[in-house]
Design a protein around this ligand. Structure first.
Ligand code: FNR
Length: 415
């Protein structure tokens, strides 16, 4: 599938191992540790993030041999669209922290590899600019629900006009998690993200804030040294943007999403698939079904929200064991996606065998972005997808459909 494997060319970034890419990104951003820590950080001491990986590691693949696996296909149908692989770009905020091209690079990389791009609501580029970079690629939009319905409607209409086909509502972040390693850098996402490009560039947001928007934020192109110097000196303009952005974020989001009933508003105002991200219990998965959503992302947000949270893969096992969820999946009316901790092709196989229809990636492609912009993201995507294709065949299967929900045949759990 990818050049990396078929031509055995050395990977552009020098390695395809995500842990090594993480260490290299840390080194590259060492003059700007807060940016690295924003991406790397998890809640508390990282127990939830570690648990995600540990639970994936407890499951092992039982390979089958002497089967014809010469023709392999990763094709995956989600919401009537054929995806080249069951691997998607998950929503990750403020990508301008990693590279000057930010979301434009990841959106272009996703298009180049035929991977679906999920744009975060907290991006450093506008909805329209990201859509343009993604071109004829396939894209979804992730929303944090604003308090003001006019703002929500403005976002939905811009997303629709810009060709985003599905809406992903994230529900596990009414506030940002307690991330001890990232407390010092908390101003960065505020400055780079919520207000600077997405929010204040929209006339509806500007009106909601009641102030003229400040658009010439000195953060782009990415120049961390200058930004830090300005901030340390107490440059009034930077402080004003931070204050405005923080105020805008507070006014726009704080206390916005309070009940399942609120989903009705989105259901009525979004025609495409509606997916709820951040579900970890059977009860919430079934409540999502009761409220007419088309799918969920089983996720603990990469261990960034609730320290001590159960591993995301455990949540997947519980949810896919629900007869209602299974019937919804079998009838094609309900889709179960998964994220948190996916680093390799075998991780993808485990999640699919345990019932997920596709997985989303978070940190791995952010490290690729930091190290190589668009090319770096392309390498991360193509290496995980190539690894998946090879490992699927070596396990004795030639298509994703053969393993979906078949954990009893494909996997064994070592306690
Ligand atoms: C995230 N995630 C996230 N999720 C979301 O719905 N909206 C967002 O804006 C963000 N922002 C964000 C920033 C950073 C730096 C990270 C690492 C993650 C969560 C993301 O979509 C996904 O759930 C996890 O990243 C998956 O875990 P892994 O792949 O990072 O282990």
């Amino acid at each position: 599938m990818s050049d990396i494997f078929t031509t055995r060319r050395p990977p552009a970034l020098g390695t395809v191992l995500v842990d090594e890419l993480e260490a290299m990104a840390k080194e590259k951003l060492k003059g700007y540790p807060n940016a690295f820590l924003y991406v790397f950080s998890s809640a508390g001491d990282g127990a939830a993030a570690r648990a995600n990986r540990e639970e994936l590691a407890r499951w092992k693949i039982v390979p089958r041999v002497l089967r014809d696996v010469t023709q392999r296909s990763l094709k995956t149908m989600l919401f009537g669209h054929t995806h080249t692989a069951p691997v998607l770009i998950g929503p990750v905020s403020v990508q301008g922290l990693m590279h000057p091209d930010g979301e434009l690079a990841t959106a272009a990389a996703a298009r180049a590899l035929g991977v679906t791009y999920t744009m975060s609501n907290s991006a450093t580029r506008t909805i329209e600019a990201v859509a343009a970079a993604n071109g004829d690629g396939h894209r979804w939009y992730q929303l944090y629900r604003p308090i003001d319905d006019a703002i929500t409607l403005s976002i939905l209409s811009r997303a629709k006009q810009s060709g985003f086909t599905a809406l992903v509502l994230t529900v596990d972040a009414p506030v940002s998690g307690w991330r001890p390693r990232d407390i010092g850098g908390a101003y960065l996402p505020t400055l780079h993200g919520f207000g600077a490009q997405v929010g204040l560039s929209d006339p509806v947001f500007a009106a909601a804030l009641g102030e003229a928007p400040v658009l010439d934020v000195p953060a782009f192109p990415y120049d961390p040294a200058r930004l830090d110097a300005l901030f340390a000196r107490g440059d009034e303009r930077v402080r004003r943007v931070v204050r405005m952005s923080a105020e805008w974020t507070r006014q726009t989001y704080e206390g916005a999403f309070t009940s399942w009933e609120d989903l009705r508003f989105l259901r009525e105002n979004w025609e495409g698939p509606l997916i709820v991200k951040g579900i970890m219990s059977v009860e919430d998965a079934e409540l999502a079904m009761d409220h007419g959503v088309d799918g969920i992302v089983v996720s603990n947000h990469g261990g960034r929200q609730v320290e001590g949270a159960a591993p995301s893969l455990w949540g997947l096992q519980q949810i896919c064991a629900s007869p209602r969820v299974k019937a919804g999946q079998d009838s094609g009316k309900f889709t179960v996606l998964f994220d948190s901790g996916i680093r390799t092709g075998s991780d993808v196989i485990k999640a699919i065998a345990l019932g997920a229809q596709a997985v989303l990636l978070g940190r791995p492609y952010m490290y690729g972005l930091a190290l190589g912009g668009q090319e770096g993201v392309e390498q991360v995507l193509s290496s995980i997808i190539s690894d998946l294709e090879v490992t699927l065949g070596l396990s004795g299967y030639k298509s994703i459909d053969e393993i979906r929900g078949k954990a009893d045949k494909v996997l064994v759990r070592m306690s």
